[in-house]
Write a protein that binds this ligand. Structure first.
Ligand code: ZN
Ligand code: FE
Length: 260
């Protein structure tokens, strides 16, 4: 009987006030990547506790709360740094500059780059099918999506649509613990969604116990995240946008959230 290969492991690491970094570990090769480095210390501590050696650093976008610890972590580990070619000028020095569809190799795991502009124009996500996970940072978030600092609503809708097409069981590893506020807003635009109400209750329970609400699953996001539900007639009706195209509905949801 063939042996089952050990599954890749994902570890969520709280950083700063409300950021998350993630470790992706391949037991077959002992390779370990971190996705985003808000600060080095909690990541080094988690690696030490597990006896893992960092091989790779994957950067999603240029904001300080995702890259501030990269230099310290490179100095401490010598890890290889991956990030968007389009943003190379404003990212820490890259060993691999990436564009949409490029492969990312972490030991025996192969990921693919998904271009997800909107929050910033050079934001990328990393999809690892063998781990059943996508690392989305401030594009698709738990119950929400990133604010549009650089891109347009149309760009973000297009970005979220690409993520929405991944297998529904995919783990969505996003960059912040914003879920409680996201649930409050979601219920204001999607008040009769019972899946959303159950999720909001579960989020409150998790936070009351200090547990992260990230990662979530794409299936849960598709059912409850209003930013992924812009094509749903019920949402359009709630916003008096019946018949409008989804990108228009998305833009309205985003501007309502900005003012919420
Ligand atoms: Zn950001
Ligand atoms: Fe952020």
């Amino acid at each position: 009987m063939a042996e089952t290969a050990a599954q890749p492991e994902i570890v969520t690491i709280p950083c700063l006030k409300d950021n998350y970094a993630f470790l992706l570990h391949d037991p077959a090769t002992e390779a370990t990547a971190v996705v985003d480095v808000p600060q080095a210390a909690p990541i080094v501590a988690t690696l030490d506790a597990r006896g893992w050696r960092l091989s790779d650093i994957l950067i999603t976008h240029h904001h300080w709360d995702h890259v501030d610890g990269v230099a310290d972590l490179v100095a401490a580990t010598g890890a290889t740094v991956w990030g968007a070619a389009a943003d190379a000028a404003r990212l820490p020095p890259l060993d691999h500059a990436l564009a949409e569809g490029d492969p990312v190799t972490i030991g025996g795991l192969t990921g693919a780059v998904i271009d997800v502009p909107g929050h910033t124009v050079g934001h990328i996500a990393y999809h690892f099918p063998q781990a059943g996970a996508v690392f989305t940072a401030d594009s698709l978030m738990a119950g929400g999506c990133g604010r549009l600092f650089e891109g347009t609503a149309a760009q973000m809708w297009d970005s979220l649509s690409k993520l929405a097409a991944l297998p529904p069981e995919t783990l969505v590893c996003s960059g912040h613990e914003y879920t409680t506020g996201n649930m409050r807003f979601a219920r204001s635009v999607d008040p009769v969604n019972s899946a959303l109400m159950s999720r909001a209750t579960a989020v409150d329970a998790a936070r009351a116990e200090g547990r992260p609400t990230v990662p979530s699953t794409l299936a849960l996001e598709l059912a409850t995240n209003p930013f992924l539900r812009a094509a749903d007639p019920a949402i359009a009706r709630q916003l008096d946008l019946t018949g409008a195209d989804p990108a228009t509905v998305f833009a309205r949801i985003r501007s309502l959230k900005d003012a919420f």
